[in-house]
Design a protein around this ligand. Sequence first.
Ligand SMILES: [Zn+2]
Length: 342
Amino acid sequence: MSKQETYTISVEQEIQHIEMDQPHVVILGAGASCAAFPNGDKNDVKLPLMNNFVDILGLKDLLSGTGIDFKTENFEEIYSQLHQDAAHRKTREELEKVIYEFFFRLEITSEPTIYDHLLLSLREKDYVVTFNWDSFLLQAGRRNSRRFKLPRLLFLHGNVGVGYCEKDKVAGLIGNNCSKCGGALAPIQFLYPIAEKNYHLNGFISLQWKELEEQLRNAFMITIFGYGAPKSDVQAIELMKSAWGEVTQRDMEQTEIIDIRSEDDLCSTWEPFINTNHYETHSDFYDSWISKHPRRTGEAYINQYKNSKFIYDNPVPKEFGFTELWDWYDRLMQVEEFHENT
Ligand SMILES: [Zn+2]
């Protein structure tokens, strides 16, 4: 081997290399759906963030009779106030219905999106965990899972695409029946007043959190994509923090943040997670570790951080349509299948 070959890992070497069995955990917030669908869904419906939620969902008329100041930026605050007063029960129920239907109707666009690239770029051992109510991730999963083994999905705030049988603790796509009792899977309640945001109350959601805690302990890398960690999510932050463990006790693990906010802003939000020198921030998904080392994020991590090699990027061909895109990923998955069978 020449000296240069000893210190570098080519794209072909990365593709042929399967070693990592720990999970890469990716956490998505509303910013990820907005980045994946900058022009809205298939029917041009724009996606909301918390600060324009009332506007985009057209909730003004519903709220105007309640006397609640709905101009506040925090929708969760508004919902909590509705919850406190029994006189608002009908409005609250109507609101829950409107919100559920808004998210339920959202349809994924027909060309490959960031969510398709994200799912295709991770392996079965990995996790994509979302705070979002929209079912874009499930829709992307459905169209790619016919050909590819994809990461596992978790829904930390529930999801309109998921149903659950409380009695049998069986989850599945909404519209399907429970595999044990045969009854219809029920929608998951996803709106909670802030004060009662106790994820252990709801069977489905508590199971999701439990699995996340386990996987975070085991992860070699976390990517946080478009999640602003709002103050109302204190419990969420605390849970992740305790599961991720004391940063000082974790030597090598890498944290990656994909967000359009400034680096200073991001660091103050995520400081508890960030082990000195072991984090990077990107404003664009396509600059991320996932997009540069698809289906080999762990091997790229081993080569760069443990073996101190220079690694070349194998960027996701983001302009490809599905046929070309799937052919491109096929090469990667063939190596994985060969590795599993030997
Ligand atoms: Zn059941």
